[in-house]
Design a protein around this ligand. Structure first.
Ligand SMILES: *[C@@H]1O[C@H](CO)[C@@H](O)[C@H](O)[C@H]1NC(C)=O
Ligand SMILES: *[C@@H]1O[C@H](CO)[C@@H](O)[C@H](O)[C@H]1NC(C)=O
Ligand SMILES: *[C@@H]1O[C@H](CO)[C@@H](O)[C@H](O)[C@H]1NC(C)=O
Ligand SMILES: *[C@@H]1O[C@H](CO)[C@@H](O)[C@H](O)[C@H]1NC(C)=O
Length: 459
């Protein structure tokens, strides 16, 4: 049947308080989603609802239950990297707009009483919080030494030096508006963030700031972030933010394309970094120069999986640059129309960082984020070979950051491995047969999420 099979949405967080990002490591300080940001996210959720869920929506996903959420049809996850929960809270707000309270969210009790959910039928939807210590997928750029080298090389490049020279008079002029924040081009993200946040939230500051300053700082931050989070090659380490996120997109598409899988909508709330890099990897960067800039709060990038009358599956990409912009179709890889799913998967596969061990190798990371274990596994003669990786998915024994992170757990690993082999074999028997690309760190499948054996494996 022709129509929309399912959608993956990559959503950007909303307005937040100032934060500090180290210009070399991109480690982040604390910040907080503001009521304005919460509103932007609820608006984004409502918008997505009107686009994909509501009855009469132009692009309704036919299989989805729109009013009372069926958690098997919706999969939601959020980067929970060290920003104080801005991204996670953003997706909580987004979901309130996507599946608003509904009086039908109720249950009848044995004694004849009917109970409606709190706040007029609020719906509590599971969200996977993706911790950088457990998964590299949504936060591929931190603790990645080769990425830090790439960043440093960019700062030392002729292009950067020329830009710094050109920007010097401006960076000097804005000193009185920075209250001690170092006014270098390397530090422009922190400069811009401070200016923007105060411009939005502080009346005195907004009145004082000369009109063109924010736009000038924005042009510089766009240059800076594009240089840091892209690379000349889509397989370069500069693109690590997008490349690490690709398996989650590939796996989602794969699940959406299987008719027997109930999954119909995937929402991943992310930082702006994977956006910049994904635009570069998918050739959008080259076709649409306006995408060079940072996306606005509450942006959404959507991959729509569609079938035509001939039963071919293809992909349409849409982007909405914040609350006030249109949701518009973008063409990937210089194409003029939708792209065949197979071509898309093939191209993404070339750029993807498939799993933790590849990430450790490409980043040159040997100890943090689970890489210790990767190394020990790669050592010849290591007797402990695990039968699965993250989320219990693979047969080829690559390392997992999720359960074991230190050598002290090896003994436990050995015993656990035997146990796992048995349960894993048992689980395999009851899983449905699906075509799949091998070797990716995976999303949990609906069967796993709802399968007691799987829950048992986790604990
Ligand atoms: C029915 O059970 C609920 C939950 O135990 C209780 O709150 C409610 O008061 C009961 N209603 C009646 C009429 O007994
Ligand atoms: C607003 O900005 C002014 C400087 O322009 C500063 O003195 C003041 O402390 C700021 N207010 C708040 C609440 O941050
Ligand atoms: C990606 O960005 C780099 C700059 O870092 C640029 O040289 C390259 O052409 C971009 N790739 C595409 C496909 O636009
Ligand atoms: C989003 O819009 C802003 C202007 O509001 C622009 O500067 C920026 O380049 C745009 N970013 C993207 C990714 O489209």
């Amino acid at each position: 049947m022709a129509g929309l099979l399912g959608v993956i949405v990559l959503a950007l967080y909303g307005d937040s308080t100032t934060t500090y990002q180290d210009p070399y490591t991109y480690k982040e300080g604390f910040s907080k989603l503001t009521p304005l940001g919460e509103t932007q996210e609820v608006q984004l959720g409502s918008f997505l609802r009107s686009e994909y869920l509501a009855s009469g929506a132009p692009n309704k996903i036919s299989s989805i239950q729109a009013d009372i959420v069926d958690p098997r049809q919706v999969f939601v996850r959020a980067d929970n990297g060290g920003d104080g929960g801005v991204i996670f809270n953003s997706v909580v707000a987004l979901l309130q707009g996507l599946f608003p309270p509904n009086p039908s969210s109720r249950s009848s009790l044995a004694n004849g009483t009917t109970v409606v959910g709190p706040f007029g039928g609020y719906q509590y939807i599971p969200i996977e919080s993706v911790e950088p210590e457990q998964s590299i997928q949504l936060q591929g750029w931190t603790d990645c030494p080769n990425f830090e080298k790439h960043t440093k090389n960019f700062y030392e490049s002729e292009e950067f030096k020329a830009k710094a020279k050109e920007a010097a008079p401006f960076l000097n002029e804005i000193k009185p508006y920075l209250f001690g924040i170092p006014n270098t081009l390397e530090n422009i993200w922190n400069i811009y963030d401070y200016m923007k946040v105060n411009y939005i939230h502080n009346e005195t500051y907004a009145y004082r700031l000369p009109p063109s300053y924010l736009a000038q700082a924005q042009a510089l931050v766009d240059f800076h972030e594009h240089g840091v989070f892209t690379d000349v090659s889509s397989e370069g380490i500069g693109n690590v933010a997008g490349r690490a996120a690709l398996p989650s997109i590939i796996k989602s598409l794969e699940r959406l394309s299987v008719p027997t899988d109930p999954l119909a909508l995937v929402v991943q709330e992310i930082s702006y970094k994977p956006y910049i890099s994904l635009f570069n990897i998918t050739g959008l960067d080259a076709t649409y120069p306006e995408l060079h800039g940072l996306p606005n709060y509450g942006s959404a990038l959507a991959f729509e999986l569609r079938n035509n009358d001939e039963g071919e599956t293809f992909l349409r990409t849409k982007f909405k640059n914040g609350t006030n912009e249109q949701f518009r179709t973008l063409h990937l890889y210089g194409h003029k129309e939708d792209i065949a799913l197979n071509e898309f998967l093939y191209r993404l596969d070339l750029a993807a960082i498939r799993d933790l061990s590849q990430w450790c190798n490409e980043c040159g990371q040997r100890t943090l984020r689970g890489c210790t274990l990767c190394r020990s596994e790669l050592t010849p003669g290591n007797p402990f070979k695990m039968p699965f990786i993250e989320n219990g998915q693979t047969e080829n024994g690559q390392c997992s950051a999720r359960f074991f992170t230190s050598p002290s757990s090896w003994g436990f690993t050995a015993i656990f491995s035997v146990f796992m082999l048995v349960t894993f074999a048992a689980t395999k028997l009851i899983k449905s047969r699906k075509p799949r690309l091998s070797g990716y760190e995976s999303l949990p499948t609906t069967e796993q999420v709802f399968d007691d054996t799987y829950l048992f494996e986790q604990h």
